[in-house]
Design a protein around this ligand. Structure first.
Ligand code: ZN
Length: 190
């Protein structure tokens, strides 16, 4: 099966709650076992939160993700420009290490955008809704303003200048997400 189908299958396995059920060709226990064999705790946990939409896992994931993003910040030497008084009446813009509270902001914003990546305004349908003839809301042919027609939610972070860092973390999360799905799928086949 391809990795997308594996993701759906995994979500069903987690949500089924009945591990004896064998209504799928590959059983839920097999899927969960394959997943447990992928040796990357944080990524598998993130995968579970996203694919299986597990709200209990989210809070725990947030703390784990913060620790992870802190490491990324150190490794990549994240810095922000700051006006520093070099000597009396002489100020210069210096690059200073990213304050920890900003690292937490980036961490939380990236995780939220990654897990809840569907635009809330159009619920992923990419177009503005309008009133139909029978009073129901129907899709128009105007791209959704909130997401610029992407269907994805845009990350929200304070201050806004941190947005490129959120983008860096989102890239890492997406890459890991794909590799975990691939690895688990491979275990299942092998
Ligand atoms: Zn939208």
């Amino acid at each position: 099966m391809n990795d997308v189908i594996f993701g759906d299958h995994y979500a069903q396995a987690v949500l089924s709650g009945n591990l004896r059920q064998r209504e799928f060709r590959i059983s839920h226990p097999d899927t969960l076992m394959a997943f447990a064999m992928v040796d990357n705790h944080l990524s598998t946990f993130a995968y579970r939160t996203k694919v299986a939409n597990d709200p209990a896992a989210f809070r725990r994931l947030m703390a784990m993700h913060r620790a992870d993003v802190k490491k990324i910040a150190e490794k990549r030497h994240w810095a922000i420009p700051l006006m520093v008084e070099i000597e009396p009446n002489h100020r210069e813009v210096c690059q200073v290490a990213m304050p920890l509270r900003y690292v937490w902001n980036i961490s939380d914003a990236s995780l939220e955008a990654w897990v809840m990546d569907i635009c809330p305004a159009c619920t992923g349908r990419r177009m503005e809704l309008m009133d139909g003839q029978d009073g129901r809301r129907v899709l128009s042919d105007i791209p959704c303003k909130a997401c610029a027609g992407s269907g994805k939610s845009l990350p929200v972070v304070e201050p806004l200048s941190l947005l490129p860092f959120v983008g860096q973390v989102l890239e890492i999360l997406t890459r890991r997400f794909e590799s975990v799905g691939r690895a688990a799928n491979k275990k299942l086949k092998g």
